[in-house]
Design a protein around this ligand. Sequence first.
Ligand code: NAD
Length: 459
Amino acid sequence: MKEQTETIVEESLGALLRNKEFLPDLQGSMREQAFTSLSAILSTPNKIHQSFLRVPLDNGSVVRVPSFRVQHNDALGPYKGGIRFHETVNEDEVVNLAFLMTLKNALHDVPFGGGKGGIVLNPREYSVKELNAISRKYVRYFADVIGPDKDIPAPDMGSGEREMDWMMAEYKKIHSGTPYLGSFTGKSVANGGSLGRREATGKGVYFTFRYLFHDFIEANRQWLATSDNPFAASALSVTQRPLTMAVQGFGNVGSVAALEAFNCRKIDHSIVAVSDRNVMLYNESGLNIPALIQFASTNAGDLPTTDEQLQEAQIQAEIRKRDDLVTMDVDILLLAALENQIHEGNMKDVRAKVIVEGANAPTTQEADEYLSKHGVIIVPDILANAGGVIVSYLEWLQGRETQFYSEEEVYRLLIEQMQRTMDTLLPQYFGDPHSLRENCFIHAVSRLSTVLYKQGKLY
Ligand code: NAD
């Protein structure tokens, strides 16, 4: 995963080095030297903090839980990124996710750097009291390096607003008398969290799809029809409606994106399949997404797994094998579960014309290259799933000003930012031979490079 990010960043730097209009003041050996510095700066994190959290358990024993905070780059602002609670967390993964946060913030003009945290545990194996102790210990151990103007954590896989509330309370206790609302984002609204934060990523994910395949294409149909860019033909073929969509993952991101699709009247499409960690549900005429959300909300977030449960909830669907979803005959695959879902082993069986990455890194590098070569349009993670960090920025701003936006204002600001990013990228994407992911990386790397150059960091 880390190699994949590094490779695309190296390629982006190569493209910028060859583009003489980029940083034209840098010439000859100075230019070579500056790009060597850029490569070194971007491929390594500024700091890796590691600790073993010593926590007493309910049974009286004591564990030492490995934990990380990686601060990748702060050229654009304080470090920012979630804390993952998962048993497979490791240093390489956290470094890569922090790197991706640096790029995501640069791409969407969010004035933050990139950071990420991780705690190596399976939260399902700990009591609420133990998780509270672990969350507070994390803040105590990293208290000197986090804060509203240094490094602002948020939830990630396995953590949520409950943990952010606990962590902010601990931060407030340690740094008594200093501003604390901006120390963590993704908090509950009662504790200074932003309205709309929970839905932000899923809404943003669906918006990127809708904007590309409706608004942008409608406005540029003639130009696209005469273009010899292979992605232009693919994009136009997706406008032949009706379309079918399958959604992998039915949590925070997947269920909200599916509901947006269900309610969207601009595109004639139906969601024929959804899956979660247990099951895939299929209905060729389209699934009733609100009913599935209602079911999940009262069943620990899970979809129905038996015909009895489906009947009781009055949901028409067939139960199918979970992992068959990615190779189904659908037009659009929206991936909102885990990383590495489309890989060398199944990429040749993928039949979708569009893949939207709600999850981080659900497509491996080999699969990305193979599918892009075959005209599949992949809307990459750093473009599609940035809604969470964009609204986190709004939450941080609200915390500083102690003035809070309405839900409508939050969604308007979120969509405006995502649209600005898309408007910058899409004409270029359909005008050159790079994939959308490559275009996103070039844009993010060029922004970071310009700032680092102007800050005098490339000598
Ligand atoms: P979540 O825990 O709320 O939901 C995950 C969903 O995936 C659940 O429905 C789970 O049952 C399902 N799932 C797990 N294993 C699966 C499998 N093998 N096949 C199909 N489904 C499976 O998590 P989330 O917040 O929705 O995050 C999903 C992805 O999006 C993660 O990769 C996360 O890093 C990424 N992401 C989330 C946010 C955010 O704001 N929540 C922001 C950016 C990226």
